[in-house]
Ligand binder design. Structure first.
Ligand SMILES: Nc1ncnc2c1ncn2[C@@H]1O[C@H](COP(=O)(O)OP(=O)(O)OP(=O)(O)O)[C@@H](O)[C@H]1O
Ligand SMILES: [Mg+2]
Length: 224
């Protein structure tokens, strides 16, 4: 039994009477603790794939299995609960809340889950130190650089200690050196915390630095 399995997944969009087949019979296994990059042309369906894998979007057909359990067979409330407990997301835009500090932004997912405040803030501070921002905890997003904001978003994705981290072009808006810093952090998080991670990137060099590389093209995902 695989940690994470995608079985015969199809996904299409319907818009203005036209159908776009984005995922066409995608099957794939990802082992616990793997660090995987996903590349492919713009519009190929990488974000769509990540959304299905992350249970944000249901496939038209096929299954996503976590430890052998078919995730979309559960009802919506259970899927949402599973997602909150198991998956952390980092998107191309950081989506930090502008009126809250870095520390509050990182703590937010745990506070929403009514976790202990003291423990949550201690954990959030530890995560900010891990991403090199121990000196920026009281900065609001507008008072951070792009790379710093993205590191806060990574810390926030980790605060509920997810088993899986899904990152959609987390370095898309950053200069190459800052981008490499984020990828370095992703490798550390994978290695030190044992988090299984899938990282979408347009940067071939960064993709090559990951132990496993996937390519999405023509609706199919293959090992590259
Ligand atoms: N909500 C939607 N309705 C209709 N079509 C959509 C929708 N979302 C995405 N698409 C189409 O599906 C295809 C795949 O989109 P997706 O965002 O998954 O691509 P991507 O590989 O992430 O591209 P990029 O590298 O530019 O982020 C694109 O052709 C896009 O136009
Ligand atoms: Mg995308």
């Amino acid at each position: 039994m695989s940690f994470l399995s995608i079985r015969n997944v199809f996904k299409s969009y319907f818009l203005h009477g036209k159908r776009i087949d984005v995922l066409r019979d995608v099957s794939l296994d990802i082992g616990r603790g793997e660090l995987v990059s996903l590349v492919g042309p713009s519009g190929a369906g990488k974000s769509t794939f990540l959304h299905v894998l992350g249970t944000l979007d249901a496939p038209a057909a096929g299954e996503v299995l976590f430890e052998g359990q078919s995730v979309f067979a559960m009802n919506d409330a259970r899927i949402a609960d599973f997602r909150n407990r198991t998956i952390g997301f980092v998107f191309q835009s950081h989506y930090l809340l502008p009126e809250f500090t870095a520390l509050e932004n990182v703590a937010m997912p745990a506070l929403i889950q009514r976790r202990d405040r003291g423990q949550t803030y201690a954990e959030a501070r530890k995560l900010l130190e891990r991403v090199g921002l121990g000196g920026r905890v009281d900065h609001r997003p507008g008072e951070l650089s792009g790379g710093e904001a993205q590191r806060v978003a990574l810390a926030r994705a980790l605060v509920l200690q997810p088993a899986i981290l899904l990152a959609d072009e987390p370095t898309g808006n950053l200069d190459p050196a800052t981008g490499e810093g984020i990828h370095q952090l992703l490798r550390e998080v994978n290695r030190d915390l044992g988090i299984t991670a899938v990282v979408v990137t347009h940067n071939e060099a960064l993709a090559r630095s990951m132990p496993r590389r996937l390519r999405l093209a023509g609706g199919q995902v293959t090992d590259a």
